[in-house]
Ligand binder design. Structure first.
Ligand SMILES: Cc1cc2nc3c(=O)[nH]c(=O)nc-3n(C[C@H](O)[C@H](O)[C@H](O)COP(=O)(O)OP(=O)(O)OC[C@H]3O[C@@H](n4cnc5c(N)ncnc54)[C@H](O)[C@@H]3O)c2cc1C
Length: 395
């Protein structure tokens, strides 16, 4: 039996930062990771692969130069999947080395295997070879993240019908593609692939895209997507996805519309990675998307077990997961920490990108009347030095 002050399940952004924070308090800390390599979704299938692919696409196609040389400008008219993957391999290798070094430098032990609770303070870790290691800890953090939802009836084959994890394993670039799900992931990939001149259709049951953003920003973005040739099928429900005799995938909508494409990416939601954890042995239950509820301290209902990162839900970003992990470790060892920020910055790495922080114009309008006149930032600014050169009423 191995004993620790702090054990983290999951080596993504939340788990890494939490373990390092605990180690900096002088605690004996370990991270358990079921994959052969640390890093989580952020490194293997999510943030860094998708952002690296975006950068490769922009560079190789010459998209950033089209304002100067015209819309028809193509730096490399025949970008291949190998061109994109080459950059991804180099970037990911570099990232993984940095993370391994950070954990090693802080004396955080990495245990490879699938963790499950056998009691409130005890975990079993099953290695790839089937060996079982027993681990005991005073405090435990669950940072197991999420995985793509794979509804029954969708014929995923990891080649022509994939989820968002499947992008990193593509063997060729399709001529045409349907993306089901116009959340952040769907929108980002749709706009990135359209830059490669792939014929793109984006389908979503909702009538509007990215409802948490300012409407004006979204309207501009939709205008751009249409200009780019992306077909938007909003307010449409997918009723069937099947392969036809030619190997293409036919997607049928409730409205009766039918579309064929070489590739379908199903990106309609993610669920918490809790299936292996045996949470019942720790007295913890999940919500209907298998996420774990926590209080303001990131504590679960079992007070020495914390949870942070995507597994606790919104905003499910790498940056916020890191901070939540760090705060959870501070709370676990009674160390003071800054409080949760009221607003998280949100970056959407579509082409073009969008970013935002704070309330939208629609939310602010709905909040009327404002109680303090200075909140309008009109006339004389409240604290000129705080706002630098962009002080004051901008219109
Ligand atoms: C396509 C895509 C693009 C994204 N782009 C961005 C972006 O641009 N910016 C941004 O901020 N965020 C982005 N994200 C979100 C970001 O990747 C996540 O917010 C972040 O990875 C969550 O970190 P985490 O530590 O909570 O979990 P994860 O990174 O999901 O890591 C969880 C780890 O736990 C491990 N695990 C699970 N169960 C067990 C078990 N029982 N035993 C042992 N190990 C286990 C998993 O193998 C995994 O390694 C993107 C996500 C996706 C899918």
């Amino acid at each position: 039996m191995k004993q620790y002050d702090f054990v983290v399940i999951g080596s993504g952004p939340a788990g890494q930062k939490a373990a390092i924070q605990a180690a900096k308090f002088g605690k004996r800390a370990a991270v358990i990771e079921r994959r052969a390599v640390i890093g989580g979704v952020a490194v293997h299938t999510g943030t860094i692969p998708s952002k690296t692919m975006r950068e490769a696409v922009l560079y190789l196609t010459g998209w950033n130069q089209r304002g100067l040389y015209g819309y028809g400008y193509r730096r490399n008219p025949q970008v291949t999947i190998d061109d994109l993957m080459q950059r991804m391999r180099i970037t990911l290798k570099h990232e993984i080395e940095i993370m391994q070094y950070q954990l090693a430098r802080n004396d955080v032990e990495v245990i490879q295997g699938i963790a499950s609770f056998s009691a409130e303070h005890r975990l079993q870790v099953q290695s790839a070879e089937g060996e079982i290691l027993e681990v005991e800890a005073d405090k435990i953090l669950i940072a197991t993240g999420t995985q793509p939802q794979r509804p029954e009836g969708i014929p995923f084959d990891n080649t022509t019908v994939i989820d968002s994890d499947g992008i990193v394993n593509l063997k060729t670039l399709p001529k045409n593609m349907i993306i089901v799900g116009a959340g952040v992931i769907g929108v980002e990939y749709a706009s990135i692939f359209s830059v490669l001149d792939i014929e793109l259709t984006l389908v979503d049951g909702r009538d509007a895209l990215l409802e948490f953003l300012d409407r004006e920003i979204v309207d501009e973005f939709v205008h751009y997507m249409r200009q780019q040739g992306i077909t938007l099928r909003l307010g449409e429900t997918v009723t069937g996805i099947e392969k036809d005799a030619s190997g293409r995938v036919m997607t049928t909508l409730e409205s009766g519309k039918c579309m064929r494409a070489e590739l379908v990416m199903f990106a309609a939601g993610r669920v918490g990675s809790t299936a292996d954890l045996q949470l019942n042995n720790a007295g913890i239950t999940t919500d209907k998307r298998q996420r774990i509820p926590v209080n303001e301290q990131y504590q679960t209902v079992t007070s020495h077990i914390y949870a942070a990162g995507d597994i606790i839900g919104f905003p499910s970003l790498a940056s916020t997961s890191m901070e939540q992990g760090r705060l959870a470790a501070c709370n676990a060892f009674g160390q003071s920490s800054s409080s949760r920020p009221a607003h998280f910055p949100i970056g959407i790495y579509s082409v073009p990108e969008m970013s935002t922080v704070g309330l939208t114009e629609q939310e602010l309008t709905a909040k009327k009347p404002l109680t303090k006149p200075e909140q309008h930032f009109c006339g004389k600014p409240p604290e000129a030095k705080l706002w630098g050169s962009r002080t004051g009423c901008s219109r």
